[in-house]
Structure formats: structure tokens, C-alpha cells
Design a protein around this ligand. Structure first.
Ligand code: BGC
Ligand code: CA
Length: 336
């Protein structure tokens, strides 16, 4: 029965009856499929999503959220999506394990008429075009790289001691997120471009892939410290977890603070904000998890109820991108 209603609501919606309620609003049953719940950013984002759906404005829809963790396996996620549909979810929120491989999930959802809000790990356009019941909520990756570059340039210009060997160049390393992730690719590219545009002379010593993960970043960083000794003046990490892992490496090696490089992250997770406040990180870029969670909640409610779709500002018809923001010690309080 519930599944039948879900199909009808979704069908009515997709037929273009947007904003017109054809029946009493039904309950909102959201199935959330995460690529890996041990990812700090993702767990903070899904916490915020749950919390916001529990708010007064959605009360009428009596929302429930069922969360499944694929622990890094696309096959597991495909099975979990099937389970979520079988359990009667009428909206799916999917954080793909492999963003290039959503076909199976799209097929399952389309067959049962359950719309999907992809989030954080963006499918390619070709896949988004497979069905009109597919949406995306995320952020503009390029902007985060540019902002990180601006933050680094500001710090370098404000403090001549950062160029420790006084050669007029900044020796740096990059800690990269997962290979193939839109954010890792664009952040890595844009941060260096922006620093150059800002007139900072750079010398890249090395880079390491640490898959967004603090422990892996600590390992990579320990290796790079072994290789480049005290030459590293700047560490650019694709996210806060990896910037913190890099700091862990320096701290565990008992290196004197005076020869630490500066560290920049992206996300503004709780621990990232704390590190900026404590001056361990020179800055970070806010990846607006609350805004993304709010957009997902609003869209999920609109999809289930058939109301409010017109009020949502989509880009490319079915995508929502939240803006990033720069965070330094000066404004960190505003993000707590
Ligand atoms: C975040 C990372 C996170 C990744 C997961 C990125 O947008 O910045 O912290 O690990 O998404 O897909
Ligand atoms: Ca230098």
C-alpha cells in the first residue's frame, strides 16, 4: 500500500503535476545510503539531515530516516538500495561509493518509481540524464579549491617566515582525496592555479593520495617528511581529516614547532574548526553540510508530498549546489 502510494506520488510529480496536491500528504520515508559512515564529513552531514527532518516544519510528513552504510563497497550499496526500496522508502538519498557506477541503483529506483537525491559524490551528467527522477545536492568543488588557494596566499603574504629557506618560493605537498572523486580532482588543480594567480611562486615537492582519511594522511605525511625533511613549508589537504592527519605526523615525530609548515584543509568539520581556533590549521573552507542537509530535506519532503517543488532553485534542472566559505581564526566562531 505504502509502496503503491509512493509510486503514484512520484508518477504524479514526474508527470508534471508539480505543486498540486492530488491526495493527502503521505508519510516521508527516506532511505539514506552512504559510501562510508566512518567518513567524518559524511557522518556530520547525515546527522544534520536527520536533525533537520525532525524539525517542526516537516512534522506533518512524520518523517523516518533509515541509514545504511556500504563501507566502501558498491556491490553492498546496490543491495542496500534494493532493501531500502523493499522496506517502503519513498525517497532515496544516495552517496555513491563509485560515482561512475550508479546504473544498477538508477535502474532499481526507476522500476519502482522512487526518486533519488544523490549527494556529495556527483554522478556524471550522462548518468543524471538516465531518468527524470534523479537529483543531486552538493557543492561547487572548483570554488573550494579557489578559496583554499586564496587562504593560503593570504597567509603567505602576511607572514614572511612561512618561506623558511628564504628562496622566494613556497615548497609544498598535497594530500589528495580518493582518485576519481570530483572534489579531489578539482581542489587539487584549483588550489595551485589560484596560488600562482595570486603571485605566489611554488615548488611542488610531492603528493599522496590518502582517501579523505586521517590515519592514511598521517602515513603519507610521515613518508614525505622522511623524504623532504624540513623543506616542506605548506601542506594543502583536500579535506580537514587529512590536514589533521598531517599535523598528527609532525606531532608524533616530535618536530619542533618552529619548523612546522602551515596546513590548510577544507570542510570545517567539528575537529577542523577546533584546529583553526587553536591555530594548528591556518584556515579551512566551509563545506556547508547544514545547507546541503537542509536542501536534501526540503527536496525529499517536496518529492514525497508533491508540494513545494516550485520553490526550489535548481541548477541544470535537477541539481543544487551550496556555496563554500573561507574560514580563518578571525571568523571561526560564526561556524560553530
Ligand atoms: C568532503 C570530504 C569527504 C568526501 C566524501 C568531500 O566533499 O570534503 O571530507 O570525505 O566529500 O565523499
Ligand atoms: Ca621556500
Amino acid at each position: 500500500m505504502a509502496a503503491g502510494l509512493a509510486v503514484c506520488a512520484a508518477a504524479a510529480l514526474l508527470d508534471g503535476c508539480r505543486g498540486q496536491r492530488t491526495q493527502a500528504p503521505q508519510r516521508l520515508q527516506v532511505g539514506v545510503a552512504c559510501y562510508n559512515q566512518s567518513d567524518t564529513f559524511i557522518s556530520e552531514l547525515t546527522d544534520s539531515f536527520r536533525e533537520q527532518l525532525g524539525g517542526e516544519e516537516y512534522k506533518e510528513l512524520a518523517p523516518t530516516v533509515t541509514l545504511k552504510d556500504a563501507a566502501g563497497l558498491q556491490r553492498t550499496q546496490d543491495d542496500q538500495v534494493k532493501e531500502l526500496i523493499d522496506e517502503g522508502c519513498n525517497v532515496l538519498c544516495v552517496n555513491l561509493v563509485d560515482r561512475t557506477d550508479p546504473s544498477e541503483i538508477i535502474e532499481l529506483a526507476r522500476e519502482s518509481g522512487v526518486p533519488i537525491i544523490f549527494f556529495n559524490r556527483e554522478p556524471v551528467n550522462e548518468d543524471m540524464m538516465q531518468w527524470s527522477g534523479l537529483y543531486y545536492v552538493g557543492a561547487d568543488a572548483e570554488q573550494s579549491g579557489v578559496m583554499q588557494g586564496e587562504l593560503a596566499a593570504d597567509a603567505i603574504k602576511a607572514d614572511s617566515r612561512i618561506d623558511r629557506n628564504k628562496d622566494g618560493k613556497i615548497q609544498y605537498v598535497v594530500l589528495e582525496g580518493e582518485a576519481g572523486h570530483q572534489d579531489a580532482i578539482l581542489r587539487t588543480e584549483k588550489v595551485a592555479d589560484t596560488l600562482k594567480k595570486e603571485g605566489v611562486e611554488l615548488e611542488k615537492l610531492g603528493s599522496g593520495v590518502a582517501n579523505w582519511n586521517r590515519a592514511q594522511a598521517e602515513n603519507r605525511m610521515t613518508q614525505m617528511i622522511g623524504q623532504y625533511q624540513n623543506q616542506i613549508e605548506l601542506v594543502l589537504a583536500n579535506n580537514d581529516a587529512m590536514a589533521l592527519g598531517a599535523i598528527d605526523a609532525y606531532e608524533k615525530l616530535n618536530i619542533t614547532k618552529a619548523t612546522f609548515p602551515i596546513f590548510l584543509g577544507i570542510d570545517g568539520t567539528d575537529e577542523g574548526l577546533k584546529a583553526v581556533e587553536d591555530s594548528k590549521m591556518a584556515g579551512t573552507v566551509y563545506n556547508d553540510k547544514e545547507g546541503q542537509a537542509a536542501a536534501m530535506a526540503e527536496l525529499a519532503a517536496a518529492l514525497a508530498s508533491g508540494e513545494g517543488m516550485d520553490e526550489i532553485a535548481f541548477e541544470n534542472e535537477r541539481c543544487i549546489y551550496l556555496p563554500y566559505a573561507k574560514i580563518t581564526k578571525e571568523n571561526v566562531d560564526a561556524f560553530r
